[in-house]
Design a binder for this molecule. Structure first.
Ligand code: F1P
Length: 342
């Protein structure tokens, strides 16, 4: 059992720790949707767009990568606002596209508006992944898949992100049974990392950089957003090797770099870590094996994607507590961004 003395961020902490248990419930629920997903869920002739805002947009990025590899269809992740402001870059009346809207609340105004636009297309098909039973989004959808166990009471999205990611991986083609080791692996990762997090922050970093390639880039962006939202820290995310093309120029002794690696990328990323260390940065590599923290899940890359974000969530919570910031009450953030759109 992970003990924490702090009273700050207790709700967020509980939701972070609940994720493996919630994944098990979500995998069972996927069983209800599976027959439908495996018949009508095949890749459409056109593009499958994964659409969301904030954390849900970064989830869409990871889901789009998984869809392309697992379902084999053309896919793309876009923020909902893009479909409203620049529809000509994405929407085609003459193409058989599908739109997968990702939204914890199902109430985010840009997502609802974008779904309305997509449903108005001649062959518009909108599928919704959400954690809320009833939502405005449901009124503008062909199909809605609900995972209420993933809902976060906390404003900051943690278990909703990974629960909908688990569901989207099954939607893309992963067999739920093959994901069962994820639950025990998640418990193990949380237990081992909780003992490490404080040591990663001992150098007192003032700014954070999260790096990842392929399906890990969306997770790096989510990790960066968690660090911002929970601890009010300066944080950025890049494709790993993009770090050399400019961002590296501001890396120094007050920088902490967290690199999400895999068998695809680790050899290319190793020299980058040395360069960043030479600039004075504290660097941490999270990978299945080796690195500063090993997930040791025994799962292939796409089935272990939800594990990578667990240490990042816990690091953000630990940083918040070190700054006496309450992650349960994030600054200038609401659980749902509902603004009136024309
Ligand atoms: C998305 C979102 C979150 C953000 C904050 C406000 O909500 O923008 O990404 O962290 O909680 O809402 P949703 O569309 O997934 O409900």
């Amino acid at each position: 059992m992970i003990e924490s003395a702090s009273i700050l961020g207790r709700l967020t902490e509980a939701e972070i720790l609940s994720q493996p248990r919630v994944w098990r419930a979500a995998l069972e629920r996927c069983g209800d949707y599976l027959p439908f997903w495996r018949t009508t869920g095949q890749a459409p002739a056109g593009v499958t767009f994964f659409v969301g805002c904030g954390t849900s947009y970064y989830l869409a990025e990871a889901a789009a990568a998984a869809w392309r590899v697992l379902a084999g269809g053309e896919s793309r992740a876009v923020p909902a606002s893009e479909l409203l402001l620049y529809p000509e870059l994405y929407l085609r009346a003459d193409r058989d596209d599908r739109f997968v809207m990702v939204s914890r609340s199902g109430a985010t105004s840009e997502v609802v508006k974008a779904a309305e636009r997509c449903m108005a297309l001649p062959r518009g098909q909108v599928h919704v992944f959400t954690c809320c039973e009833a939502s405005d989004l449901a009124a503008h959808a062909t199909q809605v898949y609900v995972f209420p166990e993933g809902f976060d009471e906390s404003v900051v999205m943690t278990r909703s992100f990974t629960t909908m990611l688990v569901a989207l991986l099954v939607f893309a083609g992963v067999a739920p049974q093959s994901m069962e080791p994820l639950v025990a692996a998640g418990e193990d990762v949380l237990r081992r990392f909780a003992a490490l997090a404080a040591s990663w922050l001992r150098s007192g970093p003032a700014e954070f950089v999260f790096l990842g390639q392929g399906p890990l880039f969306g997770l790096a962006r989510e990790a960066s957003l968690k660090m911002k939202e929970m601890s009010l820290s300066t944080s950025e995310a890049f494709h790993s090797l993009e770090e050399r093309h400019g961002p590296k120029s501001v890396v120094g002794e007050r920088t902490a770099v967290v690199l999400l690696s895999s068998e695809n990328s680790r050899e290319w990323e190793r020299p980058l870590l040395s360069e960043l260390k030479e600039l004075g940065a504290a660097t941490w590599q999270i990978d299945e094996t080796g690195g500063d923290f090993s997930l040791s899940s025994g799962l292939e890359l796409y089935r272990r994607l939800p594990l990578y974000i667990l240490p990042c969530q816990w690091l953000a919570l630990t940083r918040a507590r070190a700054k006496a910031v309450d992650a349960d009450r994030p600054r200038a953030l609401s659980a749902v961004v509902d603004v009136s759109l024309e």
